[in-house]
Design a protein around this ligand. Structure first.
Ligand SMILES: *Cc1c(COP(=O)(O)O)cnc(C)c1O
Length: 422
């Protein structure tokens, strides 16, 4: 093949423009990968990761039988080997609309629902649809870094408001008002919360909706942990306040059905007043889905039965396990002086805990703590820096209870070795 003379020049330019657009955001997967590389293999201890929320690694977290059967039947039927409409199979859209409508004061229709590859893709759709020159978006801190990453690819400026640990991780609504301007395109709420494990009360959600209305911005409600609530507050979907403010509801099967690998999620306009129902907007969303193509058709076809027939006892069991594990987590943490938990988790699969570096001899920050803990004890926590809070840690407790006990026992002995002598 003939080699063109300027080939080198072109690729250098391409590299440079790629570097220009490469987002600086730290991803959870990226930092956990580095921590895993830092594990000391000569050390006999088995690796316990409380870094990422994938409970499928533990046999106590299994999906429901009906979910498995439904996928098998859908595959065996041989009716779902073809393309689905890019916005999703009609029966899947209808089933998601009915499932979400159970908790709403109005009824969603199939037209409100778009099927995505997990909640991750629903996030991408939301930001792609809202992006425009000069736009900014309000994100929670601590948060879920996929939002920052997505925003950076879309050239949307990110503005962070704090979640307040002393108020049970409620949104600092004064900060939201101070941050918003006429270029603000949305406010993101993750409820039940990742990384904090908080569950917003009805009253707090109502205040959020009223604030967004006042600012004239829609709410993006990430409800991927919907119904995984095991504390005082019941899960209330943001869509309940859809008459106050237009809501984009994002969700998936990943967490409640413990099948993150099935990549089945939804992007839903919970908007009874029809702000998002303008033909131009709907056309735009539909066109964007033509690029995405949608998740596997046979998984989509399994969704109606999964949503209609999963038994209550399955959900109760998962919430019971999560509650039990979150209690183990908080109780064991109380025995480790350098870590404190400001607010017991009430939902989701993670908790944020604060590091007290003044009690440690030779640890400079949360990242240093996590690297040394990985090396010495083969235990992985996520440094708070990865979710926006320096010198905090995120602990995922959706693991086997014995693994959780063991990981926290090792963390305690790590503390004892590194404790500052007084
Ligand atoms: C896990 C998670 C997602 C992504 O969900 P998938 O369905 O696995 O893509 C989105 N948002 C939050 C807050 C999550 O924790």
């Amino acid at each position: 093949m003939e080699r063109r003379e300027n080939e080198g020049v072109i690729s250098a330019e391409k590299l440079e423009s790629a570097a220009y657009t490469a987002p600086s955001t730290i991803t959870i997967k990226g930092i956990l990968g580095l921590l895993m590389e830092n594990i000391d293999e000569s050390n006999e201890k088995r690796v316990i990761s409380l870094g990422m929320g994938d409970p499928t690694a533990y046999s106590c977290f299994r999906t429901a039988h009906v979910a498995q059967d439904s996928v098998l039947d859908s595959l065996h039927s041989q009716k779902f080997n073809g393309y689905a409409p890019t916005v999703g199979l009609p029966q899947t859209r209808r089933a998601v609309a009915e499932y979400l409508s159970r908790d709403l004061p109005y009824k969603l229709t199939s037209d409100d629902v778009f099927i995505t590859s997990g909640c991750t893709q629903a996030i991408d759709v939301a930001l792609a649809m809202l992006a425009r020159p000069g736009a900014n978006i309000l994100l929670p801190r601590p948060g879920f870094p996929i939002y920052e990453l997505c925003a950076s690819f879309r050239h949307i400026e990110v503005r962070h408001f704090d979640l307040l640990p002393e108020n049970g991780w409620e949104v600092d609504l004064d900060a939201v008002e101070a941050l918003a301007d006429h270029n603000t395109v949305a406010l993101v709420i993750i409820n039940p919360g990742n990384p904090c494990g908080n569950v917003c009360s009805y009253q707090h959600l109502e205040k959020i909706a009223e604030t967004a209305r006042k600012l004239n911005i829609p709410v993006i409600a990430d409800e991927v942990y919907g119904h995984l609530a095991f504390g005082r507050n019941l899960f209330v979907p943001m869509g309940v306040f859809g008459e106050t403010v237009p809501v984009l509801t994002l969700g998936s099967l990943s967490k409640r059905w413990i099948v993150p690998g099935w990549r089945l999620g939804w992007f839903v306009t919970s908007d009874p007043c029809g702000m998002f129902r303008e033909p131009k907007i709907i056309e735009r969303i539909k066109k964007y889905f033509d690029i995405l193509g949608g998740p596997a058709t046979f998984i989509q076809a399994a969704v109606p039965r999964i949503l209609e027939q999963t038994e209550e006892v399955y959900f109760k069991r998962t919430n019971y396990l999560l509650k039990q594990n979150s209690d183990i987590c908080c109780d064991r943490i109380m025995e480790i002086p350098c870590i404190t938990c400001p607010h017991r988790p009430e939902g989701s699969m993670a908790v944020m805990v604060k590091l007290n570096l003044s009690l440690l001899e030779d640890i400079s920050d949360d990242i240093d703590f996590c690297f040394k803990l990985a090396k010495e004890e083969s235990v992985i926590f996520l440094p708070g820096t990865a979710v926006g809070l320096k010198n905090w840690l995120r602990i995922t407790f959706a693991v086997d209870p014995s693994a959780l006990e063991e990981a926290l026992r090792r963390t305690k002995s790590f503390y004892q070795r590194h404790a500052k002598l007084v």
